[in-house]
Design a protein around this ligand. Structure first.
Ligand code: SF4
Length: 340
């Protein structure tokens, strides 16, 4: 039986209409599910009893199962069990501006980025809409506070599960669901060009982040297999077109790897590559993983890199560190579970 959390409001309206009911019931049911967070259709009091039985035949309201939770001061990391015994991770970060959750979109990932634990373990399957929605609901419930921001940067390549990610964003943004503002949501892609073009037509003003990690073709191809399919020479013009068309600012994510992509020449090449774009760079100190061959850049090198960008008028931040002691790099909790 399928989860009720798979349906967008429009799909739920169509369902009610198809079954001879008024479509406003979709609004009512959304607020029961997402605002009052009921666990059974029997708790819904403004839809007639006969139709509650129909809903119960067609859908289930079932939470994910929490397998493991690790916590540090401002961060909780969750491992959830799915119905087919696979597991996914979500990370909650507390900021001064609100509670931000990073969710996964696939079990494993086929993109095979060299520095990533999830890429080491191939994609098993895409997550359903409800499996993404329920990551947020479960964490919100555990926190007993509202989630205010969503980043889609966990395990998986969101644009390799495009349709489900789009529905997820619509549900999160819906005023009768969690009503999370579109500018408070960010999707991060490794650079799947056809989907970036498609995303430029998506009406919600959701932020787009690009995992860049290298300013030259050869280096990027050695770190990210996707660059062999969609190289920088094609990606950058598409991103320029994207910012022009949508008027939205881009974020470039750049993980600093010791002596690989953190040299002054790399910073200068990065300036050349993105100068003049409506974008900012988020520098990310690498989380060491013993199974991968990379090391974290020295703090002095990180600052040198930062300064070069700054001096060249590139907007740049260094990502605040979260949970470096609690399997914080994406995919580490899931890997541990599989190894056990
Ligand atoms: S960094 Fe992202 S896209 Fe690359 S392998 Fe890891 S999860 Fe996949």
């Amino acid at each position: 039986m399928q989860s009720i959390y798979n349906l967008t409001k429009k799909e739920l309206e169509e369902y009610f209409l198809k079954n001879g009911e008024k479509k406003f019931h979709a609004d009512q049911l959304f607020s029961w599910l997402y605002q009052k967070k009921v666990k059974s259709f029997d708790s819904v009091t403004d839809i007639k009893k006969d139709f509650i039985s129909v809903l119960k035949q067609d859908f289930e309201i079932k939470p994910l199962k929490l397998l493991k939770k690790e916590s540090e001061k401002d961060v909780n990391k969750y491992l959830f069990l799915l119905d087919d015994n696979e597991a996914v991770e979500s990370v909650l970060m507390r900021h001064d501006y609100g509670n931000s959750i990073c969710i996964s979109t696939q079990v494993g990932c086929n993109m095979g980025c060299a520095f990533c634990e999830s890429g080491r373990r191939k994609k098993v399957r895409d997550l359903t809409v409800s499996e993404m929605v329920r990551q947020v609901l479960m964490v919100e419930e555990d926190l007993e506070e509202k989630i205010t921001h969503i980043v889609i940067m966990g395990i998986g390549e969101p644009f390799d599960n495009y349709d489900n990610v789009i529905k997820f964003l619509q549900i999160m943004n819906d005023p009768k669901a969690l009503a999370i503002g579109s500018r408070h949501m960010t999707v991060s892609t490794c650079g799947i060009i056809p989907k970036i073009k498609e995303f430029s037509d998506f009406p919600l003003q959701v932020n787009l982040a690009i995992s860049l990690h290298a300013p030259r073709e050869k280096l990027r191809s050695s770190l990210m297999k996707i660059n062999k399919v969609y190289p920088l020479k094609d990606l950058i013009p598409v991103l320029k077109e994207y910012t022009k068309k949508t008027n939205r600012r881009l974020t470039f994510e750049y993980i600093l790897l010791d002596k690989i992509n953190d040299q002054e020449s790399d910073a200068k090449d990065l300036v050349k590559l993105i100068k003049g774009m409506n974008a900012y760079v988020n520098l990310i100190p690498y989380n060491y993983n013993e199974k991968l061959k990379f090391n974290r850049s020295k703090p002095v090198q990180i600052m040198k890199f930062y300064d070069i960008l700054k001096k060249n008028h590139i907007q740049v931040t260094i990502r605040r560190e979260f949970g470096s002691n609690i399997s914080a790099a994406c995919g580490q909790l899931r890997s541990k579970k599989e190894e056990i």
